[in-house]
Design a protein around this ligand. Structure first.
Ligand SMILES: Nc1ncnc2c1ncn2[C@@H]1O[C@H](COP(=O)(O)OP(=O)(O)OP(=O)(O)O)[C@@H](O)[C@H]1O
Ligand SMILES: [Mg+2]
Length: 506
């Protein structure tokens, strides 16, 4: 089989590509190629240039210099639509759906006029075709008529996948799509990639998840600081070596926290008491308590209610029954939660967590950015401020200056700003919903160490995560949710394995 793959022709080549943004050298001299029937992983730290090279291939932007060939001809796409018409499509890292229109309209977007005859729009036909495409990719429970704005991030990603796949691309670029998806959503992507391989088509797969990238790819290319460090063939895959190439050094020290017991104060700081929330991701008579100095992990399948729980505790969703309490007092709304020193990192960073068209500094700085107009400035004592600055530095936000707009940051660096923002506020209680989404392993380690340090200082953390390894590695207790109910609570000293958690999830 290896030989057959060797014999397959190259379909796309990138030669000596350079791209700069002001003083940032995003790509220094990148050359790579991909064969027919190849799934190629692209991996590297946040800001290493993965999205930049991918977006140039897919016609989203232009390189400063260098050239590309596609099927032996010069490749110079004018726009993403142009690229897609010629067979190269990309699922972008940041969200790309329009909220105010239906799922079907988003799938056909610039192309809805094909359902128009004169002044008459054949909506039924459009809905039918959208339905067929959704079925094709395996997203049966997404309805074509639904309004996009009301959907969660996973559903919106599935729309983008449908939009690209309906054009039957020869080369597909998947930029960090899986971090936004649950297990089921990921399977959809994997299935598409495997099918493309069988059909002799090609995929660039960008991910920070070493496990999935090693499992799904035929080869992987490591980028660091805008340069290609090395390309590994599948039979050369070796996790430690790949990591070393990525960060240019050995990962030292503990990855997760090092202690082995659940230990925290009996004092309850955050509580859900008999909470019921109806809807797509419900909670049913749900109760749980977070203690002072505790890291409480929340896990389950998508729709199990865990993301809803985070929002209820932060006062962003009002339960129809039961209540959310911060230090015994009922939470009124988000502003109230913030006033009570609760921070919340949302899973959906672009629409809920960041002000994109504002400088990084304003996003991070305590008090300066609130969309909730609290009208108070948090005065942090000098020592704490120094600590905060040091922590933000340890997150290594890759930027030109604090004045740079968040919209210019790479995906993972945006996530670091979200994290830094809440720590910068001096939050005593943190609700983290998938906080390490899209974060590279080096910075992930820094975040985990930061959480462990916060715990030692008596701060409390509720971490909602789809990564079981992260829950097992960090939490004092892990609560497993299923269909809006509490199924099981594990304690740290029980050393639960992933299989133990899964048993209660399904
Ligand atoms: N529009 C822009 N303006 C200014 N700088 C940019 C812009 N887009 C990207 N950059 C910078 O170029 C570098 C490479 O960014 P890129 O998005 O390619 O990284 P990445 O490898 O995809 O990272 P991540 O894993 O965080 O998504 C980063 O330093 C980033 O801040
Ligand atoms: Mg990126």
């Amino acid at each position: 089989m290896g030989e057959m793959k060797q014999a397959r022709p190259t379909v796309l080549e990138v030669h000596h590509m350079i791209k700069t943004y002001g003083s940032t050298k995003a790509l220094r001299d990148v050359s790579l190629s991909i064969r027919e029937g190849e799934v190629r992983g692209l991996i590297g730290e946040n800001g290493s240039g993965k999205s930049t090279v991918a977006s140039i291939i897919a016609g989203m932007q232009k390189a400063d210099s260098g050239s590309m060939t596609y099927r032996g001809k010069e490749w110079n796409p004018k726009t993403m639509i142009d690229a897609l018409e010629h067979g190269i499509g990309m699922i972008v890292q940041e969200s790309g759906t329009v909220p105010g229109i239906s799922v079907a309209e988003n799938i056909f977007l610039a192309d809805v006029d094909r359902f128009r005859k004169g002044p008459v729009m054949n909506r039924r036909k459009m809905m039918e075709e959208a339905r067929r495409i959704l079925d094709d990719i395996g997203a049966e429970d997404l309805r074509a008529e639904m309004l996009t704005g009301a959907l969660d991030i996973q559903s919106r990603k599935l729309i983008e996948i449908a939009r690209v796949m309906r054009q039957d691309p020869q080369i597909l670029v998947v930029d960090e799509t899986t971090t936004a998806l649950s297990h089921r959503g990921r399977e959809i992507i994997y299935r598409i990639m495997r099918k493309m391989r069988e059909e002799g088509k090609s995929v660039f797969f960008i991910s920070h998840d070493m496990e999935e990238i090693m499992k799904e790819c035929d080869a992987l290319t490591v980028l660091r600081d805008g340069e290609i460090i090395r390309t590994f063939d599948r039979d050369e895959f070796e996790e430690e070596e790949i990591k070393r190439c990525m960060i240019g050094r050995e990962l030292k020290g503990d990855y997760y926290r090092s202690d082995d017991d659940s230990q925290f104060d009996p004092e309850v700081v955050l509580e859900a008491r008999h909470v019921t929330v109806p809807g797509g991701e419900p909670l049913r008579d749900f109760s749980i308590q977070l203690h002072k100095g505790e890291i409480l992990g929340i896990g389950g399948l998508s729709q199990c209610g865990m993301h809803t729980l985070g929002k209820v505790l932060f006062g962003a969703i009002k339960p129809v029954d039961g209540s959310a309490l911060i230090r015994g007092e009922q939470v009124k709304n988000e502003a109230d939660a913030m006033k009570k020193n609760v921070g919340y990192v949302s899973k959906d960073r672009d629409s809920e967590s960041l002000v994109l068209q504002a400088p990084i500094g304003d996003n991070i700085a305590a008090g300066g950015l609130d969309r909730f107009a609290l009208g108070h400035i948090l005065v942090t004592p000098g020592a704490e401020k120094a600590y905060v600055n040091a922590q933000i530095e340890s997150l290594e936000v890759k930027c030109q200056s604090r004045k740079q707009y968040v919209s210019a940051l790479s995906g993972g660096n945006k996530q670091k700003v979200v994290f830094g923002k809440w720590i910068g506020r001096g939050s005593e209680i943190l609700i983290l919903d998938c906080p390490t989404r899209g974060i590279d392993i080096g910075v992930k380690q820094a975040m985990y160490q930061l959480m462990a340090a916060m715990k030692r200082e008596g701060k409390s953390i509720l971490i909602i995560s789809e990564e079981m390894a992260e829950l097992i590695g960090m939490a004092d207790r892990i609560a497993v949710l299923k269909e809006g109910r509490l199924e099981k609570v594990f304690r740290r000293e029980e050393h639960p394995q992933e299989a133990d958690l899964i048993r209660y999830m399904i």
